[in-house]
Write a protein that binds this ligand. Structure first.
Ligand code: PLP
Length: 391
């Protein structure tokens, strides 16, 4: 009677992705040692992991996770606002706030959940959001859920941000304005100018929200990000990348924290993180401030790789950090380089639409402190061979 409409969109969606070389699937990964992994039964060097400091398998994180399970059990049993706010949250949040030079911190279950629920708690239809056009999808979802009008800032363009602020302040002196951006951008590996953002936020009375997912653990005082010890309204940092665990946190002043405990639904209506995760975060916060040597090594390896890629004629966009994209553009060509690297023992995953714009496909290489110099040299050699084969 009916023409099977209820599921037609599923087949159509999948077929469209396939036709555009954009279909995704998941691989089975088994961690081995350091940056070595087994992918669908084959050993590979991993150049796609966010385990920037190699903490995900650190003995202290493993031990503290076990200790917290012993002390508190495997689950936190409820939302933090009901009875899941075990004492370890307070302990870890105080540690994060202290290391970041901020009044307070608040832990969230993930960076995605934080961004997607913080923005609707802080902005509404009456707020104008100025958002960097290359912001992560979780920030985009947060903007959409807030129902705020959004104006896009040309990527990492402070001049354009100032133009938008001036124009909107002249139009309405009382308008609530919020700037939403990242400190190290996830797809291009470039950095924003925190001094300029802080200055503009003060000058134009705009709320400043900075996502430090890729800077936490790596930059700034105590390794707590480019905004640590700075006057930013909210910094969001993640704990599943350089911190080797899971979850996210924000740092802010006490008043903002109190507000969010009452108005942020991604915190209120969800079960609190399990104690084992809190244990690992606690250990990571003990280690991160003293990991200067690992950070230096990581950046030295990243610089070496970036220079080699330039010499080979690859486009690494505006990268200046440990995130180094090889921008190819064409989806199928990007996939074929990734497949070839995989065949030769290197895991280097592609990022295609909708993670980046159509025609802007890339392989995103990530350098970790756990990479050995031989791993970097192997990758450079493979890319040289790929180039020679193409000539
Ligand atoms: C810039 C940025 N923000 C937020 C997130 C989400 O963080 P999480 O993985 O903790 O959900 C990511 C994840 O890749 C990210 O790159």
């Amino acid at each position: 009677m009916y023409d099977r409409i209820k599921r037609a969109f599923i087949r159509k969606g999948l077929e469209e992705r396939k036709a555009g070389s954009l279909l995704r699937s998941m691989k089975n990964i088994k961690p081995l040692t350091g940056m070595e992994v087994e992918v669908d039964g084959k050993n590979m060097i991993n150049f796609s992991s966010n385990d920037y400091l190699g903490l995900s398998n650190h003995p202290l994180l493993r031990e503290r996770a076990r200790e917290y399970i012993g002390r508190y059990g495997s689950g936190s049993t409820a939302s933090r606002l009901v009875c899941g706010n075990y004492e370890c949250f307070d302990h870890v949040e105080k540690k994060i706030a202290e290391l970041s030079g901020r009044q307070s911190a608040l832990i969230f279950n993930s960076g995605f959940q934080a961004n997607a629920s913080l923005l609707p708690a802080l902005a509404g239809r009456e707020t104008l959001i100025l958002s960097d056009r290359l912001n992560h999808n979780s920030l985009i979802q947060g903007c959409m859920l807030s129902r705020s009008p959004v104006e896009l800032i040309r990527h990492n363009d402070i001049g354009h941000l100032e133009e938008l602020l001036r124009k909107n302040r002249e139009k309405d002196r009382k308008k609530r304005i919020m700037i939403v951006t990242e400190s190290v951008f996830s797809m291009d590996g470039d950095q924003s100018d925190i001094d300029a953002l802080v200055r503009l936020s003060e000058e134009y009375d705009a709320f400043l929200f900075i996502d430090e997912a890729h800077a936490t653990g790596l930059f700034g005082r105590n390794g707590m990000g480019l905004t640590s010890w700075r006057d930013v309204d909210i910094t969001m940092g993640t704990l599943g990348k350089a911190a080797g665990s899971f979850g996210a946190y924000i740092t802010c002043d006490r008043e903002i924290r109190d507000y969010l405990v009452n108005f942020c639904y991604g915190l209120i209506y969800t079960t609190a993180l399990p104690p084992a995760v809190l244990g690992a975060i606690d250990a990571a916060m003990e280690l991160i401030p003293s990991m200067d040597k690992e950070r230096e090594e990581m950046f030295r390896k990243a610089d070496h790789l970036r220079k080699a890629l330039h010499a080979l004629g690859f486009n690494t966009s505006t990268s200046t950090t440990h995130i180094i994209p090889i921008v190819i553009g064409d989806e199928e060509k990007t996939m074929s380089l990734s497949r070839w690297l995989e065949k030769n023992g290197v895991l280097a995953v592609t990022f295609r639409y909708p993670s980046v714009a159509v025609g802007d496909s890339r392989i995103r290489l990530i350098v970790s402190a756990s990479h050995k110099w031989e791993h970097i040299d192997l990758l450079i050699d493979l890319l040289r061979r790929w180039n020679e084969d193409k000539e």
